[in-house]
Write a protein that binds this ligand. Structure first.
Ligand SMILES: [Zn+2]
Length: 341
């Protein structure tokens, strides 16, 4: 007999029983009581596998190590919103989590780490975005430092229009109030960070399906480690942004915005910690877990736990909605039909 897995599926809370057939799940009659709680794997929608520090060249060995760290933590899907990998159509390694790519970071002058990412002029941004979006997504650095102007709204709107026209999506790095506003008004598919997002834009985000990826994990580190020598204006901007992110996430969820879990951090494999931050910000536990699991998968176009769906399953011995700390202790991990643990 091949691999079988049964238990209580989340979020439906139905008792399910599956046989693994290749990389697919097939529903089978339940033969035994199972104590497992089943998720279609965790998801980290903001993780740059393959580099440790801004400026790093792509290393495939490092990429594999990062992805294996995700896998060991039960993270079966990763979206990479910007990568130093020069190969846009690199096939997925079958032993690693599913990877949703967004090509290289698209950085216009004065925005992003100097010399890093794909450097383009504002005039060339649309063409470059369409090229990078052959992966399904592109990632635009929409703003950078607190007092600097964001990518102009007309340019960003032209990017979103052109990328949507080829059936792909646009993620926008934005942290300033003006940068977040332009990302929303341009119709971006996701705001990455969104630190100083004005709450009056939340209804528009909900209506047009713009998701928010607050990346608490990385900002917890940044806000705790601002050096004494930092420019006071920068320090104030980072700390007020950090404090503002908590009510923003709660208000976004309540307004019907899709809030998703992305760590933007190393080591990889810590999305359970990001889910804990979302709960701390005021999201209901089940919604926060969905943000790092089924909701994120659906948003990325991947099926959940269903007959005919991908055989990606992580099992826990406790209901994660009752005790989210169990998310750091997966009992079984199945990726693409292969038993990992
Ligand atoms: Zn990032």
């Amino acid at each position: 007999m091949g691999v079988r897995i049964a238990g209580t599926a989340l979020p439906s809370r139905e008792q399910v029983s599956f046989a693994v057939s290749g990389d697919r799940l097939r529903a089978v009659p339940s033969t035994e009581d199972s104590h497992w709680w089943l998720l279609p794997g965790l998801v980290d929608v903001h993780s740059h596998a393959g580099m440790d520090q801004p400026g790093d060249a792509y290393s495939h060995a490092r990429f594999r190590r990062h992805m294996l760290d995700h896998l060991a933590a039960g993270v079966l899907t990763v979206r990479s919103p910007g990568s130093p990998d020069p190969v846009r159509d690199r096939p997925d390694d079958p032993d690693l989590p599913r990877l949703v790519r967004a090509g290289a970071w698209l950085a216009t002058p004065g925005r992003f780490f100097p010399g890093y990412g794909r450097q383009v002029t504002e005039a060339d941004l649309v063409t470059a975005a369409v090229e990078e979006a052959s992966t399904g997504w592109c990632k635009v650095i929409g703003d950078w430092m607190p007092d600097d102007p964001p990518v102009p709204l007309d340019v960003l709107t032209a990017v979103v229009t052109a990328v949507h026209a080829i059936g792909a999506r646009v993620a926008v790095h934005c942290q300033t109030e003006a940068g977040c506003r332009n990302a929303v008004l341009a119709g971006a598919d996701s705001l990455e960070h969104g630190m100083h997002l004005d709450h009056s834009l939340l209804p528009q985000m909900a209506a047009q399906g713009t998701a928010l990826v607050p990346t608490f994990t990385t900002f917890a580190k940044i806000s705790a480690g601002i050096p004494d020598t930092a420019d006071p204006r920068l320090r104030d901007w980072l700390l007020t942004g950090w404090e503002h992110a908590f009510p923003t996430v709660r208000a976004a969820h309540e307004a019907g915005v899709t809030v998703l879990a992305g760590t933007d951090n190393k080591p990889c494999g810590e999305v359970a910690g990001e889910i804990a931050w979302l709960v701390k910000a005021g999201m209901p536990v089940e919604a926060a877990i969905g943000a790092g699991s089924w909701t994120a998968r659906e948003w990325l176009g991947l099926p959940g736990l269903a007959d005919g769906g991908y055989a990606d399953v992580v099992a826990y011995d406790t209901d994660p909605v009752e005790d989210p700390s169990v998310l750091t202790r997966p009992g079984r991990i199945i990726l693409r039909g292969k038993v990992i643990a």
